[in-house]
Design a binder for this molecule. Structure first.
Ligand code: FES
Length: 281
């Protein structure tokens, strides 16, 4: 079975949004879940969070940043091309229900998984305060969509080119310090941002959830590649998560495991780019 790319757009430098024709995935998808795709039969399997889905149209949107070999190769594809595999939805859906007020914090491409959550929490009757951030204005994604899906939207950039000059977690702290009664905080982004965010929110009387992006291979709980320690126990991100109680997550172990394959990944990327330069692709 193959999956057709219907649309592709570069929404920020090196960040792409693709709409894929995948009716079965679209019908079953819920906020917080992910897919695993493979470009061709020899390709690496990469997990990507579902950035949007339309059960009626049978389409699923993914957003990815060009980082390693596979995402660079994926970025060369466009409308009309097909993917070999597009498996999902995988993972446990986000625990979305009516709670009251929910703060959603998304950093970098972490805004992509936050978007379906913003829609789902709003639909469930919550007040949704979203805080999105990026290194600079150019790299900020889904601002319009997040504005429409949220009750309030705040923006932070590291260089101050848009919104608050600083971190998303500064804005989160200001809200937690205010009179606003917050029931839950959900943080999605680079592991270091989730670790810092969890640390900032920890002293407050609020539930804190993070969506983890550990290394995944099969995505079905068989290989153990995605294991993380949560509350002193080993959990598999692909089936037990990706969402976990932030206070319980061993972020140091997560970051160590993520950096384990960096050398091999750099080599594969270098080889791929060399072949591109030589016209071998
Ligand atoms: S990806 Fe293999 S167990 Fe989770």
């Amino acid at each position: 079975m193959s999956y057709k790319i219907l649309e592709k757009e570069e929404i920020a430098p090196s960040v792409h949004r693709m709409n894929i024709d995948a009716p079965d995935v679209a019908k079953a998808a819920k906020a917080g879940q992910f897919i695993i795709l493979r470009i061709d039969e020899t390709g690496e399997r990469i997990p990507l969070t579902i950035a949007d889905f339309d059960p009626e149209a049978g389409t699923v949107a993914i957003i990815f940043q060009e980082m390693g070999k596979t995402t660079k190769q994926l970025a060369t594809l466009g409308a009309g091309d097909v993917l070999e595999d597009f498996v999902g939805p995988l993972g446990t859906p986000a625990d979305v229900r009516k709670l009251g007020t929910v703060i959603l914090v998304g950093g970098g491409v972490g805004v992509a998984p936050i978007y379906p959550q913003a829609k789902a929490y709003t639909e469930a009757g919550n007040k949704v305060i979203s805080i999105i951030g990026a290194r600079n204005e150019e790299l900020l994604i889904l601002e319009k969509e997040m504005g429409e899906a949220s009750s309030e939207l705040y923006i932070a950039t590291d260089d101050g080119s848009k919104g608050h000059h600083g971190f998303v977690t500064d804005i989160m702290k200001n809200i937690l310090d205010s009179d606003e009664k917050v029931d839950r905080v959900v943080i999605v982004g680079p592991p270091i941002m989730m670790k810092v965010g969890a640390g900032v929110a920890a002293p407050y009387d609020v539930e804190i959830l993070v969506s983890l992006n550990s290394i995944m291979v099969d995505g079905t709980g068989m290989c153990g590649g995605c294991r993380v320690t949560v509350g002193g126990e080993t959990k598999f991100t692909c089936v037990d998560g990706p969402e976990f109680d932030a206070r319980e997550v061993d972020f140091i172990q997560l970051m160590n495991r993520l950096s384990m394959y960096r050398g091999e990944e750099a080599e594969a990327t270098e080889e791929y780019e060399h072949k591109c330069r030589c016209g071998l692709h």
